[in-house]
Design a protein around this ligand. Structure first.
Ligand code: SF4
Ligand code: SF4
Length: 113
């Protein structure tokens, strides 16, 4: 119950194309110094039967992510959510996002500290 109003990001990385637009959108919004980013995209190689490989992109917010508090206070979506053309990210309360998370296999829920 205590978590009802706490916000977070639900990332459905099944459809992440690794385009890095979220990284660029975050950088443009916050003008981070070199080497710092509010979000990173990890590339993971999955080994499949038959010697095949599958490349998975996993976007994850970092410790400097503010969940775009300055934007969401004004009723705007976080910059990364707005600009992801694949629609991989969703902003909302932890409780509603946690419910949705159980519905698909490649999802992660980010909750700020
Ligand atoms: S989360 Fe969206 S914007 Fe970021 S790399 Fe994946 S597809 Fe691109
Ligand atoms: S929510 Fe805002 S601060 Fe966090 S990664 Fe997305 S654009 Fe960057």
């Amino acid at each position: 119950m205590e978590e009802k109003g706490i916000k977070g990001l639900l990332i459905d990385y099944e459809y992440c194309t690794g385009c890095y637009t979220c990284v660029v959108a975050c950088a443009q919004e916050y003008n981070w110094p070199e080497g710092i980013s509010g979000i990173k995209v990890m590339e993971i190689v999955e080994n499949l039967p038959g010697g095949k490989h599958y490349l998975v992109y996993l976007p994850f917010p970092t410790e400097v992510c503010t969940l775009c508090a300055s934007r969401t206070k004004k009723g705007l979506e976080p910059a990364c959510v707005k600009h992801c053309m694949a629609g991989c990210m969703k902003y909302g309360t932890i409780s509603e996002l946690a419910e949705e998370m159980g519905t698909k296999k490649r999802m992660v829920l980010y909750r700020p500290r």
